[in-house]
Design a protein around this ligand. Sequence first.
Ligand SMILES: [Zn+2]
Length: 215
Amino acid sequence: MMVFGGCGFDHSRGTASSDTNSAGAENDTDVVRYRELPVHYKIASTIPAEFHADIRAGFSSWNEATGVEIFVYDGIKSLQDDQLAPDFTVNENVVLQTNRSGQLAADAAQGSDGGPGPLARTYLKGATKIMDADVYLFEFDTYFVNGRPDTGDIYSLESVVAHEAGHILFGSDHSSDEESIMTAVLYPKDNPKEKLGPSQSDADRFEAVYADLIE
Ligand SMILES: [Zn+2]
């Protein structure tokens, strides 16, 4: 049986107060997007160094697909193992890993059948403009290192991070376009349907949503 990973995006952290359009200022759109370009991000010190290249490749895949310097790596965010709550990374976009199963938030959307939790989740703050984003990689040792006990499937960090990076750019929506990196279901390494980066349609979406911020 093939078991695929869901993103498990959690929308409950959004707040609607911080970026209501003010009259005369950038009120031409209510499309959800990050507040500025480029998007700076850090990698938590709790993620072993051997995985950093794959994480950075996930972000860079957007730069390569679009020819725009969208994501900029800003170095290591020093955190202790017990500092995984989003409160420790306010105003910094950080990638974190945990061996907890997708239940960082009390209202985490767990598989309704009691199955495995999501692979990852991106917490966004802001409403139409995303002010802060943090990417949590759940069950790190299982999903990304050793493989699921039931299937042996290991997920590509590059693939999962590329997907979560898309949430930083576009908010919580998933795509029904099977070519998009933003489909709700993610595939493990060596699956023919695995996608390592954005599709042309994802790149086109970026160019449309961020048109006024790119040359
Ligand atoms: Zn997702």
